[in-house]
Design a protein around this ligand. Structure first.
Ligand SMILES: [Fe+2]
Ligand SMILES: [Fe+2]
Length: 315
């Protein structure tokens, strides 16, 4: 299995995280791809993708760049304390659908990222590639294999059955609300028009929180991480606390990549963060050359689902 595992350096520019070795491009968790920054600050345009097709042209790449920036502009303006509270209240009702975990994996294949025509790998392959790569290196931690399989299922929020939320409310990096926006958050400049900036109680380092209060008490920007956490917890999963932590904070790059907001963590968070660091090395939106044989690995994952979840979940 060819999965790229090198931890990328901390000093990237703009929210890019994952490098594809043969295309020199960077991929956001939402499926947005971004050209890699060269040392002179210019973008290196990739010539071919991993399927051997040419990228369209430089203009297409700069278009994508604009798409990503526009995505974060909307995200940073609209994610507020009030918005997050409203969304959590709505989506913790779990009154949208009933289905098994595996059915949701299949449903996720309907999620198409219009912004990324070069990425033709079905979502289920990303999930299984991540899970299989971890399984190879951590064969005894079956809970982590299942965590990898389900970590992105919350992206079903993009589908009509789930309210067809806009991309800015589903994917991209996450960050706390109710305290100062850390400089390490991608495209930080767009927070200047976020209404929460006007509220002085939200603008100190701790904001409305106490130091060491634990991340579970911190409101995070709403997206597929928090939604899948709610689904797993409210349906009574027996997955360990580290699994729920990984699901809930895997897009919290300011924490797990830049080391921001650690003052809000408690002891349990610090333990769980070790697992999140491990997990994130595998959570590549890999345009992997190796395709996973879904039917071959399916029985294993069905057995894990049965071990840790009820047969049907409320979503
Ligand atoms: Fe994700
Ligand atoms: Fe992912």
């Amino acid at each position: 299995m060819t999965i790229l595992i090198e931890q990328p350096p901390l000093e990237f520019g703009i929210g890019e995280k994952e490098t594809c070795d043969d295309t020199n491009e960077l991929v956001l968790d939402g499926g947005f791809m971004m050209p890699k920054l060269e040392s002179d600050g210019k973008f290196a345009a990739p010539e071919i993708n991993s399927f051997g097709n040419s990228f369209r042209d430089y203009n297409a790449e700069s278009e994508r760049q604009k798409t990503v920036e526009e995505f974060y502009r909307l995200n940073h303006i609209n994610q507020t304390v009030e918005f997050v509270k409203k969304m959590r209240e709505e989506y913790r009702k779990l009154d949208k659908l009933e289905m098994s975990i595996w059915e949701c994996c299949e449903l996720l294949n309907d999620v198409v990222d219009d912004s990324d025509p070069d990425l033709d790998e079905p979502q289920i392959e990303h999930l299984l590639q991540t899970a299989e790569a971890i399984r190879k290196d951590y064969p005894d931690d079956d809970w982590l294999h299942l965590t990898a399989l389900i970590h992105d299922l919350g992206k079903v929020l993009l589908l009509p059955q789930f309210g067809e939320l806009p991309q800015w409310a589903v994917v991209g990096d996450t960050f706390p609300l109710g305290c100062a926006f850390d400089e390490s958050i991608v495209h930080h400049k767009y927070f200047k028009t976020n209404p929460d900036i006007q509220n002085p109680s939200y603008n100190t380092k701790n904001g409305i929180y106490q130091e060491g209060c634990g991340l579970e008490n911190v409101l995070m920007s709403f997206g597929h991480d928090d939604y899948m956490y709610l689904v797993a917890k409210e349906n009574g999963t027996t997955l360990p606390s580290a699994a729920l932590f990984v699901i809930r904070y895997h897009s919290f790059y300011p924490l797990h990549r830049a080391g921001a907001y650690t003052h809000l963590m408690n002891e349990e968070d610090k333990e769980n963060l070790k697992w999140l660091h491990i997990f994130n090395k595998y959570d590549l939106y890999s345009k992997s050359k190796v395709r996973v044989d879904i039917e071959e690995v399916k029985p294993y994952y069905l057995s894990l689902i049965e071990k840790y979840f009820p047969a049907k979940l409320r979503w």
